[in-house]
Design a protein around this ligand. Structure first.
Ligand SMILES: C[S@@+](CC[C@H](N)C(=O)[O-])C[C@H]1O[C@@H](n2cnc3c(N)ncnc32)[C@H](O)[C@@H]1O
Length: 367
């Protein structure tokens, strides 16, 4: 293993509201899970509560979850008139201006704010690796497509960019980090949740057939990231250190790994009162690859497909480049990287798709 690196500040989604515009697939994932949110609220006893608090952890610019929040608020309001707090939480580097614009209705998206009385948005820069709200203050904890980001990168991967391609000791280091971080996330939520509260989580994962994001039935997206980055290394465009530095601090748990803390009654998670009520995997097809099937225009497909990828990983590629390089040179190199990828998709579009593979979970905090 080449080096140990602390958690990257480079994990930022595209700002200025671009994230939600480029990432309609992530909204599809949340929309598909909204019945789980309403089911979780239905299962709660709201009678004794003096307020209801929902969190959206890893909310980015808030656009993809607006409809889900609207539905959740409507569901609670249909049963009780207590105040409803909505806590949007992400990392400090998130674009909170874009988040405020979304929630306060200054974008093309239709906000939920103002539709019901006594509903209050809050924006928090607290990571889900820390406690976001006070002990017992949370009724519904929600998170979509965010908890695959690790609290730290356990090592650089010597010949790939993501743990899905890691081998041997490097892979083991990611497996261990994934388990440790999952337990940390759950124990913090166990503190936050009120008895009877629920977590509804949609996390990227590896499904029962070994599928994961961008690796369903066509070209493996992560292998392609890696091949193109390796080509930059072979061509002398980047250095060995820059190649290795592009290790995504992510881990995709399998269903078994997600479920493990709940299966052992003596685990800290079980002892903290968390119970797994529901777990399933789903594949949500890449909307751009699906559209391509009907319009058949490979240039249009490539021009839509690459931005959705850039929206979540450009900051990591850029962060791997030596800070000694002039900023302009770094920007050009990154343009070149995605330009190469875009021309590959344009010239040979078959098999490219960023299909989403998620593990959907509903977790209850018992009394
Ligand atoms: C792919 S986006 C998902 C956004 C939105 N939840 C959705 O489903 O469309 C991942 C988000 O997770 C956030 N994130 C990553 N690590 C985080 C952490 N430790 N705590 C809170 N948010 C985090 C990123 O900043 C980013 O906004």
């Amino acid at each position: 293993m080449s080096s140990t690196t602390s958690h990257s500040d480079n994990i930022t989604m595209a700002g200025g509201g671009l994230y939600s515009l480029a990432t309609i697939g992530a909204k599809h994932v949340i929309d598909a899970a909204t019945p789980m949110v309403t089911g979780a609220i239905d299962a709660m006893d709201l009678g004794a509560l003096d307020r209801f608090t929902v969190s959206d952890m890893g909310c980015a610019d808030g656009g993809t979850s607006l409809e889900m929040v609207r539905t959740a608020i409507g569901k609670v309001r249909g049963r009780t008139q207590i105040p409803i707090n909505v806590v949007y939480a992400d990392q400090t580097g998130n674009d909170y201006n874009a988040l405020c614009q979304t929630v306060y209705g200054h974008t093309p998206f239709t906000t939920w704010l103002g539709e019901h009385s006594d509903t209050f948005p809050f924006m928090s820069g607290t990571s889900f690796y820390n406690q976001v709200v006070a002990d017992g203050a949370l009724n519904l904890g929600f998170s979509a497509t965010a908890m695959h980001w690790l609290s730290e990168k356990p090592c650089d991967i010597s010949d790939h960019v993501q743990a899905v391609g890691a081998k041997g000791a490097e892979r083991e280091a990611f497996v261990r980090q994934g388990a440790k971080d999952w337990e940390t996330i759950l124990l913090l939520r166990a503190r936050e949740l009120a008895p009877g509260g629920r977590l509804v989580l949609m996390n990227f994962g590896v499904d029962e057939e070994g599928r994961y994001l961008g690796n369903t039935d066509g070209i493996n997206m992560f292998d392609r990231f890696n091949e193109n980055w390796q080509q930059f290394l072979s061509d002398g465009v980047i250095t060995e250190q820059e190649y290795k530095g592009m290790t995504l601090p992510q881990y995709y748990n399998s269903v078994e790994e997600f479920s493990a803390p709940f299966k052992d009654p003596s685990s800290p998670v079980s002892k903290a009162g968390l119970r797994l009520e529901h777990v399933e995997t789903r594949v949500v097809r890449c909307p751009f690859a699906e559209d391509f099937k009907s319009h058949g225009d490979s240039a249009k497909f490539a021009s839509e497909y690459i931005p959705t990828i850039r929206s979540w990983n450009q900051s990591i590629f850029a962060g791997a480049l030596a800070s000694s390089r002039p900023e302009q040179e770094r920007a050009e190199l990154i343009e070149n990287y995605y330009g190469t990828y875009e021309s590959q998709v344009r010239e040979n579009p078959q098999g490219h798709a960023m299909d989403y593979v998620h593990c959907y979970m509903v977790i209850q905090k018992t009394a």
